[in-house]
Write a protein that binds this ligand. Structure first.
Ligand code: GLA
Ligand code: ZN
Length: 669
């Protein structure tokens, strides 16, 4: 596959407009020393390049673009529309958002525009077009960065009207809408489209996160995601009027809840995302987010932002330890990134991000630990970039991730408030991560046929066509893993009648009659056939076998001795049903069985505590071995005698990797 960028970008957000000219030249020198080959500019410069409704002023941006061009840098050009200019809010107050509590906001902050404001839509189209007209044919403008980290909601009257239009298109008739939202409940029946109101704290909202009508709130989330996507599409179309070919992206945020990224991905030319793990984020969680971002288009992606050192917006902004940024960057590349970009290249002097790390710190020097680490990585990427760029990640295991399910599951009132979508998916991902088994994160309408094993935890909402797709996959010999809180509701959050897990009942060969909820201080155990006992918590399905065999049963409570985990043969394949939240050992035991049955292998045979992740070209494999453990780990023997791509050194049998050490190895397929 042809890479979408000609070169592995190494750079990041750069805001010279916040600095006097003398600093710019110093920056250029430091960029060269650090091996920085690109800069993302104009992310928040709207007020600079359009000082009033009638006036555009590109002089400063011209200078920045010219300087970077002279210096041989690639440019990721942002459209600047993520922070409203003050003049626009003054003249057109409708461009700001109305929040969940119903308060219309004043000028301030960023990511602050009402996505359905015709005025805002007009201005973003104008500015994006002007930028493309002016800079679109520059050789070194290699990517368009539209807006920034789209997200948030608006509950203004414009949005309310737009919601009604969106719903009318979806449901056609009031009767269909009443049915979909089950409005007979609590006497909510409506008779006219203008009786629909947005679900916020003033209407159906229960607290910050809850709702009396999940059907309405899920539709609002879909609508809001679509509204913001419409903004992206408008800017992209404006760019395309002048620039037909440069890839257009916007920076996403991993498992961010607000937007249906699979839907967004269809409109984006290349995926980019911002990776900000906190000090205690498990490395497997970060790996999962990378795989999800790669999975959006099933293609390499851009790492648009990471901090070289510290963040400012987390409660505890620990430094990245020596070597950590490098290891994090290689993990990113190993999971499919074709760029490593930082927020930010120079640390700002004021504003709430002045404590946010940067390549160039307040000392302004190349004599910092952070700078040296950035420069080392820069030199390495210069060497290996062209080998890695465009290579693919291959997997036989797919884990389903779905934003409708994310929303729906977390809107449920009961059975257990501690159930979190991402956490449930991650528990399964973590098993594969620890085994060094490659995983693709896939959508509900993915190409299941590509996989031997599909894992679908908390597949709470099953939309039209899903049942048939799973049946086809399993009948043909696939292995499917699902469990509690699956097959419960349709696309409108109405329950499939006839017993849980609804459309999966026949496939799983079970009926789950009741769902028990366990408080944090409560737990149960499951007992496997060989007598092994493991803890379970949170939820316990009470299951009747209808053709499935029991893998494990509950140890205590009134459902002691009844099945907790089951397996059912269906066509040429089989379905595992995990009826409770198992501890890691319990889940491993089940998934060991599953992998053996499905013939799933790790990327290297040898067991190791290292993360080993592989990218592939048509003829070669590129292995990345990384130590994220607190202790030294021995290099797997398959790599001994080979050359470490990063240092050119021949590796020895038995050599040890310290924490955050990385090796990269290339070998024929
Ligand atoms: C986000 C934004 C950046 C910056 C960083 C700080 O990712 O896109 O503008 O605020 O966070 O971590
Ligand atoms: Zn609005």
């Amino acid at each position: 596959m042809e890479a979408k960028l000609k070169q592995m970008l190494y750079g990041g957000d750069y805001n010279p407009e916040q600095w006097p000219g003398e600093i710019w030249q110093k920056d250029m020198e430091l960029f060269d020393k650090a091996g920085i080959n690109s800069a993302t500019i104009n992310v928040f410069s709207w007020a600079r390049i359009q000082p009033s409704e009638e006036v555009y002023d590109f002089r400063e941006l011209d200078e920045i673009v010219d300087m970077l061009t002279r210096e041989g840098k690639q440019i990721v050009l942002a459209t600047s529309t993520a922070a409203l200019p003050a003049w626009m809010v003054k003249r057109y107050p409708e461009v700001t958002r109305t929040d969940y509590e119903g308060r219309r906001h004043k000028f301030g902050q960023r990511h602050n525009a009402c996505p359905n404001s015709p005025v805002y839509r007009h201005f973003i189209t104008e500015i994006a077009g002007k930028l493309a007209e002016r800079y679109g044919d520059r050789e070194n403008v290699v990517c368009w960065h539209v807006n920034n980290e789209y997200g948030g909601e608006c509950y203004c009257e414009n949005c309310e009207k737009a919601f009604r239009v969106w719903l009318r298109k979806k449901y056609k008739t009031i009767e269909a809408l009443n049915r979909a939202w089950n409005l007979a409940f609590w006497g909510h029946t409506i008779y006219d489209w203008d009786e629909i109101v947005l679900p916020n704290a003033l209407s159906e909202g229960i607290g910050e996160e809850g709702t009396a009508f999940a059907g309405i709130s899920i539709d609002y989330r879909r609508f809001n995601s679509d509204s913001l996507l419409e903004n992206f599409k408008l800017e992209k179309a404006a760019i395309r009027r002048y620039d037909k070919k440069t890839p257009v992206t916007t920076n996403l945020m991993g498992t961010f809840k607000g937007l249906d990224y699979f839907k967004w991905a269809k409109e984006m030319d290349i995926i980019s995302w911002d990776n900000y793990p906190s000090y205690d984020t498990p490395w497997s969680m970060t790996a999962m987010r990378h795989d999800l971002m790669r999975g959006l288009k099933d293609e390499p992606f851009m790492l648009m932002e990471q901090t070289p050192s510290q963040q400012n917006w987390q409660p505890y902004n620990s430094l990245k330890k020596p070597g950590q940024m490098r290891a994090q960057s290689y993990q990113t590349i190993a999971h499919g990134a074709d760029t490593i970009q930082f927020f930010q290249l120079r640390r700002s002097v004021g504003g709430c991000e002045k404590f946010h790390g940067a390549v160039i710190e307040h000392a302004g020097s190349d004599q910092t630990r952070v700078f040296r680490e950035v420069a080392r990585l820069g030199a390495e990427l210069k060497e290996i970039g062209s080998t890695v760029i465009g290579s693919r990640n291959e997997a036989r295991v797919g884990i389903i991730f779905d934003w409708d399910n994310y929303w729906a599951l977390e809107y449920t009132s009961g059975p257990n408030q501690d159930l979190r979508y991402v956490d449930q998916i991650w528990q399964y991902y973590d098993y594969f991560y620890n085994q060094n088994i490659a995983v693709d994160m896939i959508p509900v309408d993915g190409d299941f046929g590509k996989y031997d094993l599909i894992v679908a935890p908390v597949l709470y909402m099953m939309k039209e066509g899903m049942k048939e797709a799973v049946e086809e996959f399993v009948s043909a010999g696939g292995t499917f893993v699902t469990g509690f809180m699956s097959g419960i509701v349709d696309q409108s959050d109405n329950v499939y009648l006839g017993g849980y897990p609804g459309p999966l009942r026949k496939l799983a060969g079970i009926w789950a009659e009741e769902i028990d909820a366990l408080a944090p201080e409560q737990s149960n155990k499951v007992v496997f056939k060989d007598g092994m006992k493991e803890q379970c918590r949170l939820l316990c399905d009470i299951i009747h076998l209808e053709g499935a065999e029991e893998i494990a049963q509950y140890e205590s409570d009134f459902y002691a001795g009844t099945p907790a985990v089951t397996k059912n043969c269906f066509g040429k394949g089989c379905v595992y049903y995990v009826g409770t939240v198992l501890n890691a050992d319990g889940l491993s035991k089940v998934l060991d069985m599953v992998c053996e049955e499905a013939g799933i292998a790790a990327v290297i045979e040898e067991e190791t505590e290292l993360e080993v992740t592989r990218r592939s070209t048509e003829t070669e494999y590129i292995y990345f071995a990384m130590n994220f453990k607190d202790q030294e780990v021995v290099l797997p023997s398959v790599f001994a005698g080979k050359t470490d791509l990063l240092t050119g050194r021949k590796m020895e049998e038995g050599e040890k990797l310290l924490k955050y050490d990385v090796r990269a190895v290339i070998s024929p397929r």
